[in-house]
Each structure stands twice: as structure tokens, then as C-alpha cells.
Design a binder for this molecule. Sequence first.
Ligand code: PLP
Length: 396
Amino acid sequence: MEQGKSSFRIESKLAQIGSVNDPATGAVNFPIYQSTAFRHPRLGQSTGFDYIRTTNPTRKVLEEAAAALENGDAGFACSSGMAALQTVFAKFGQGDHLIVSLDLYGGTYRLLEQIMSRFGVTASYVDTNDLEALEKCRQDNTRAVFIETPTNPLMMITDIEAVAGWAQQYGLLTIVDNTLLTPFFQRPLELGADIVVHSATKYLGGHNDVLAGLIVTKGAELSAEIGFLHNSIGAVLSPSDSYQLMKGMKTLALRMERHQYNATEIATYLQSHPAVAEVFCPGLEGHPGYDIQRRQSSGNTGIFSFKVKDARYVEPLLRHIKLIAFAESLGGVESLMTYPAVQTHADIPLEIRDAIGVDDRLLRFSVGIEHKDDLIEDLRTALEAARLEIEGGGSV
Ligand SMILES: *Cc1c(COP(=O)(O)O)cnc(C)c1O
């Protein structure tokens, strides 16, 4: 259904997702096929569709688009980002070991430590940008390296090409969670990774209104294996959610450009704000991952984190923001602020959180597509109100 469109630029591919040339109706958008069953013309024949869990026409359009966008061989749409991760991790079993990015999405850490551990899968958490550290924790039973870049919330950058090259010499798979940059800004499979995973709930959906996950694989054998797991586990995306997700993805290019612009402007503003101790934004010069990120990605995510000077600022700041919502999640058109230590990262043990710096002064900001000046004004007012409550009197 996406035939002949592979040579177009990514903006065109995105806008044209599901665009069909239906001679019968002239429909511009691919319809939602709710049917769970598909009639067989005769014994031994199939239209290519048998049963919804295995494949469905609407989901298939989304999966082909995902594969084309990431420049992979096959795409799989799942009922959530966690379902996508679970499907990929089900490839591993008793005695297998994984090397995983240290500053990891809390849900992924929980899946590995509390679920996959029951099936005998172990994981070591390291700074995946440190090849010596990778070498040190590699074991005979290591099967894969799992990377988030940038990480969330500390925005640490990993050199995907370097890690994939290192992994390849030992026959290890490289798996990248590409949620924060999306294929619009970063395509890990082109840098040597084998599997890309997305929480499509975030930027790909983009409107804080659909829960979904995507997997894109490279290579026939790996694609067949993930396809088998996808169908066997059954955590697949419904036809209506597939449609909803595609609708969001059509505007991904426009949204990412604005997210990036707003985040850079606001991170720059906060960098010189007297109540802010530190800003973690790989799009700003001076960030330790700035050069690698520039080399391997064509842009920056709309998420950054910052530490206020005093943890006592956090509560009143979250109470005084008006345009920015205090909420968990990221990647939508609406700006959201998260407090990782008590929200997304509560399942990560305190020692690990402290070691990487996810402390009680850290806030994560998923910058939306509102006007940057309104967002800056919201932050300025809330920080000033917080300062007055804590310190009283005078102006900053
Ligand atoms: C949200 C998120 C997930 C989990 O995805 P869900 O769609 O919430 O299940 C995984 N990885 C990252 C980086 C995320 O931000």
C-alpha cells in the first residue's frame, strides 16, 4: 500500500501515511477495518488476512509506514510501548543477559527487574556511551545491548554507531528505544542497530490521546522471529487505535520542528534563570552529548530536564504553573511537566537514582507546541511565586 513511495523524503512519507488510491470510492484516507475475521475464497486460499491478531488491513498500513520511516524491513504495532518492549524481550529466555542504558525509562527497568527476571533474564545497567564499561560487563551469555538515546530524564547521549559496531563483533543485537527523537530526527537502523522500539503514545501519536507501541526490525530472520512473538503474545494494536496513531503521525514533521524550537528557546531561558541550577538539554552547546547527537541525529527532542537550586521550589512551582500541566507523559502538543523522582522513576531504587542524578530537585519538561513566549511567561511567573513563598520579599 506504500508501494512506490519509498524514495520520497520523510515529510512526504509522513503526510501520505495510509493515503490510498481507491478506484471504487476515491477515499484519501485508509479506512478502519474493524473486522476480526476474513473470509477465505476457498480451501488453501487467503486474501492475506485471516484473523485480526495476526494481521489487519488498517494495522498493516501503519506497520508498513513504521518500517519505511525507520528504514527497516518490518514493522509491528503493539497495544503500548511496554507491550512492544515485552514482545522484543520475549526473544530472550533462561540464562540470557542484557546490557542496558543506565538512565532508563522506569517502566522498562521494572519490566526487566520484576518480570523478565522471573524468566531467568538478567541485565547490567551501564553508561552505554562508555565502550570500556560495556566490555567490562559483557558476559558469555550476553545477547543484546539496549539503548535509550537521549535518555529520559537526564538526556544522556549514546553513540549508536559505536555501540552497534562493538556489539556486532560479539554477535550481540543492538536494540534502541527511539521514542524521544522519532524517525524524523534519528534512524538507529541506519546506524547499525537491529531493532527499534517506540512508545508511539508519545511524539508519534503526538496528541496525548492514543496508547500504542511500535517495533521495527532489520533482516528477514529477525523480522520473522519478532513477527512470531507479536502474534503469539498478542499485545497488538486495535484497528481504531492504528487509525488514530496514523492521523497523529501525518503531522510529525511539523510538530517535531516546533517542539525542537520551543525546547531550545526555553532551555536557553532557564539556563540563565537564578532559581535554576542546571539544564540538561542535548540541543545546547556545552551538553556532553552535543557533538554525538549532532552527528547521529538531524534534530533535538522537545524534552529537557532541569534542576532547581532548592528542592523546596518544586512543590510551589508545580502548583503555580498554569499553561503547563503537571502530568506524567511526554511528546504531546500540550506542554507537560513531570517530577521524575516521584512519578516516572519511582520504581528505580534510590541508590541508582542518586548515582545518575535523578534527585528531588530534578524536573522534566515536555515542551509542547504552544507559543514559546507564553511558556516562558508561565515558568517565569511560577518560579517567582515559588521563590516568594520560600524566601519571601524582594525580586530575583
Ligand atoms: C513512555 C515510554 C515507554 C512506555 O510506553 P507506553 O506507551 O507508556 O507503554 C517506553 N520507553 C520510553 C522512552 C517512554 O517514554
